[in-house]
Ligand binder design. Structure first.
Ligand SMILES: [Zn+2]
Length: 67
């Protein structure tokens, strides 16, 4: 099972930031999980600035806050 080794920390942050930005702009569907590349992230936007991304496939989740 692949892990995050294929990304540097900076690359991963960049990928997650792109997803987070799209979620805040209303596109919460269809984001491929950057960890396993198989699941589709379930994204929830809270208070218009906070995004929670969770992958039902590999179970990884990530919370991000804009600004
Ligand atoms: Zn995943």
């Amino acid at each position: 099972m692949s892990d995050t080794e294929q990304y540097t920390a900076e690359e991963l942050q960049s990928v997650l930031y792109d997803i987070m930005t799209e979620c805040i702009n209303g596109r919460t569907d269809g984001h491929r999980c950057p960890f396993c590349k198989e699941g589709t992230m379930a994204c929830t936007v809270e208070e218009d600035v906070s995004v929670r991304m969770e992958c039902p496939q590999c179970g990884k989740y990530f919370d991000a806050r804009l600004g």
